[in-house]
Design a protein. Sequence first.
Length: 366
Amino acid sequence: MSDRAIRSLEFLERSASTARVLNLSHVAKLHGHTQAWREQPLFQTPGLNRALLIKHRLRRNETDLFRGSRRVGTKILLPIDSRELKAGGRYVFFNQINHLAILKEVFGITPDHPDYRTLKLIDDLPSLDPFLLREQLQRGGITPAACYFAISEGDMQKMLRFVEGEITPLVQLSLGGAKASSNSVGRMAAKILSNASGDRMDSLGEVLRLSPEEYDEGIFCWKGFLYFKWTLGSMTEDLVGVMTKVASIKAIGPMDQDAKEYISRGRDVVGKLIRKARSDTRETLQIYDTAYAGLTQDGDPLIFREFLLKAPSLFNRLGEQLGAIQHVVSFWKFRFGPNSPAPTAPELMDIFMDFETSLQGRSEAT
């Protein structure tokens, strides 16, 4: 591996999980002594349960690894020696052309293994956001220990209140325009967030004339839209702060002219890419807002029905867009928290390269 790849691997290995990276090695170091981690692992295969899973924006030379067209791959990265990361690492993309042979050789996993099914569920997600990851696995009947999902009870309560505000017009519509009680709103919000069925939710599917499969998938993606909308709003202040710091951060230590020029360029490029990703995310969320207003304000269920039918593809697009922003914000807060040392030039260059790759579209990637 190159020096840069080794530095990146070392940095990834000691970093916390983000919407782009699920660091199972870090989870094992923090919680490996607990009964929950031992009895409710995410993966049954020990090596896989200490790997790093990365939602990787595919470069042009990597798209040929897959039979179909895709923009993001799920990279399974395993350090050769966790005690000496300079030895490098090996990886495989889930669902790449020869992934079955590699997974069997490295982990002993075949398509009928429970861990393969777990990997498939993870690969179907556009990001590794802990809320969506937990919901996706629960839909598949998989319930790992809570330590794999960095979701605080406070955040769950904040999101519940946000969802209650969002769905109040829908509850009022179901009551014939009568004012909805807080209990009615709370019950429906809880059903949406738990993906539980119920008379009121089932009746919505009947009104929209959706098959049970279409309805279940649409509701899951609707939940994702609600969560993404809350997430974008809740991290606005942090995002602005990161953009400000990206524009002004300086490296310490020796630096040649090429490094100076790259860092200067990186500040500008990363800032522009963050602003574009935020704008694209808002545009995608607007599709949902328009459809929901058509249902609750204009009384036209067809536009919301069309949204639910298109929601899976929109959900993937939104997840990629917002997942990249979440990764930038959470990684920056992790690396540059209070009293954190200033970065060296090589480290700052690596961070800017990572952010560029995460934020840019495939058509722009090089």
